[in-house]
Write a protein that binds this ligand. Structure first.
Ligand code: NAD
Length: 494
């Protein structure tokens, strides 16, 4: 097995100093504390990024506010779409560079980086580009009595909210960033985006491509740093909206910080997503689906199924087939195109998953995997756990790793209560060919998305977000327009 060679563009990018991207320019402050970017496959430092100073943060927000007021809010909608489409083209044209940079920082297999961070990023961006010319208000007829023959008319305008602070996690650093900036820019908002401190490189490269695509200076700015930088950005009085994706714990803090100044806020958070197999489920189909969605990117996917309820008569068949498939999947360097399982993305995430493997060993039964892999980097075995109780830690807490917990049930009428027995509600899948049973369950499932005979698939046309502790607000579909525009009502007498 061998790694794909790093391209000359990747080597050159890694060799450069990195800092912020403000008002269309890279800003490098040599005095700023550096964040080392670690390759999780071998624990080597691949690059360093300077933390944004307070002055740089203020400059980024000022650039976003200035370009919003002077230009972008009233930019020709068609021309906005042309720029976003051009950016999508440039993402594809520079796809291998973006994919390799992502794999080096996140440990995602190179095939997945090409698919999600490049191809899907372009797909989402083009979707948002198509909306720029379709954002509109309504014409309304007021019922005021006419006292002296006057008449009335009313209409609403959808106006961009202003400067958007976008804060993104490390699992899909570019694609999730595109979900936010594509939506914001399509609506006429300007953006200051803070990538995760573990994976800042692809967003810095994207900012350069956005300038090349013709995006006016200041409309998209990137600042780097950890949680403190994120908090300072949210607290900035000129930020009109926060769009956050990350963990529930951080999301609660973000919501409090935003609420202190009545800054509008959408939250896409974690979960403990359920796959529920009804008695008639097609087991081979479910095995393929769980492999594809539960273990992809080492389970570090927000909507991935982590707990699986299976009718007692089918549990052994499911876990046996899944265990055999996992054992056959190659583990190794994520830059090797034949590898299926790479490392976890960073040391804190590795420590977290190791903790849950210990918990699994003590309170449940590990059917397959369960061990740290003895090699440099943050590798653990993909794991199957059999739980005895729905209240076990592994059935309740998000591991965000390749650790799926399976529990049997006996009667169909137990299933809904088991599915809803969680504080989270991002995504749930039902596996059955009984359409009637699925249709009756769907309204009762407490979840932002319900999939049937599939899991995790997100599409730009379909709204995505969580209920309960999994978030507030929706991305994609036309729902994003509500999140990034304010409705202004105009009433006229004539
Ligand atoms: P995280 O919450 O630790 O960090 C997310 C981002 O928030 C990072 O950029 C971080 O620097 C920043 N941050 C940290 N503290 C902050 C603060 N006080 N104020 C402002 N910003 C702050 O999450 P993570 O570990 O990067 O990502 C994994 C989590 O994200 C998982 O829980 C996963 O389920 C969730 N996630 C959700 C979705 C979704 O769409 N619902 C998608 C991907 C990931």
């Amino acid at each position: 097995m061998s790694d794909v060679p790093l391209t000359a563009a990747v080597k050159a990018f890694l060799a450069r100093p990195h800092g912020q991207f403000i008002q269309g320019n890279a800003c490098i402050s040599h005095a700023a504390p550096l964040i080392d970017i670690i390759n999780p496959a071998n624990e080597e430092v691949v690059a360093a990024v300077a933390t944004a100073s307070r002055d740089e943060l203020n400059a980024a927000v000022a650039a976003a506010k200035g370009s919003f007021q002077s230009l972008w809010a009233n930019f020709n909608p068609y021309a906005r779409g042309v720029i976003l489409n051009k950016l999508a083209d440039l993402i594809e044209q520079n796809g291998e560079e973006i994919a390799q940079l992502d794999t080096l920082c996140s440990g995602k297999s190179i095939n997945l980086s090409r698919l999600f961070e490049v191809q899907q990023s372009a797909v989402f961006l083009r979707y948002f580009a198509g909306w720029t010319t379709k954002i509109s208000g309504q014409t309304l007829q007021p019922s005021f009595p006419s006292m002296a023959g006057e008449q009335y008319s009313a209409f609403t305008r959808r106006e961009p909210v202003g400067v958007v602070a976008a804060i993104v996690p490390w699992n899909f650093p570019l694609m999730i960033g595109i979900w936010k900036l594509g939506a914001a820019l399509a609506c006429g908002c300007s953006v200051v985006i803070k990538p995760s401190e573990f994976t800042p490189l692809t967003m810095l490269r994207l900012a350069e491509l956005a300038k090349e695509a013709g995006l006016p200076d200041g409309v998209l700015n990137v600042i780097n740093g950890g949680g403190d930088t994120g908090r300072q950005l949210i607290e900035h009085p000129d930020v009109a909206k926060v769009s956050f994706t990350g963990s529930v714990a951080t999301g609660k803090k973000v919501n409090m910080t935003a609420a202190a100044d009545l800054t509008r806020c959408t939250l896409e958070l974690g979960g403990k997503n359920t796959a529920a197999l009804l008695q008639d489920a097609d087991i081979d189909r479910a095995v393929a689906g769980l492999l594809q969605t539960g273990y992809i990117h080492q389970g570090q996917v927000c909507a991935a199924p982590e707990r699986v309820y299976v009718h007692a008569s089918r549990l052994d068949e499911l876990t046996g087939k899944l265990g055999a498939a996992l054992a056959a999947a190659p583990v190794g360097s994520p830059l090797d195109e034949r590898v299926v399982f790479g490392p976890l993305s960073n040391k804190p995430q590795f420590d977290k998953v190791c903790h849950y493997l210990q918990v699994a060993g003590s309170e449940s039964r590990i059917l397959s995997g369960g061990e740290v892999i003895d090699r440099p980097g943050y590798f653990v075995q993909p794991t199957i756990v059999r739980a005895a109780s729905a209240t076990e830690v592994l059935m309740q807490e998000e591991t965000f790793g390749p650790v799926l917990s399976f529990m049997s049930y006996d009667e169909d009428d137990e299933l809904l209560a088991l599915i809803n027995n969680t504080p989270y509600g991002l995504g749930t899948s039902l596996w059955t060919n009984n359409l009637s049973a699925a249709m009756r369950m769907i309204p009762q499932v407490e979840s932002g998305t319900v999939w049937v005979n599939m899991h995790t698939m997100v599409d730009p046309a379909v709204p995505f977000g969580g209920v309960k502790h999994s978030g507030i607000g929706r991305e994609f579909g036309s729902s994003f327009i509500d999140e990034y525009t304010e409705v202004k009502s105009v009433i006229m007498a004539y």
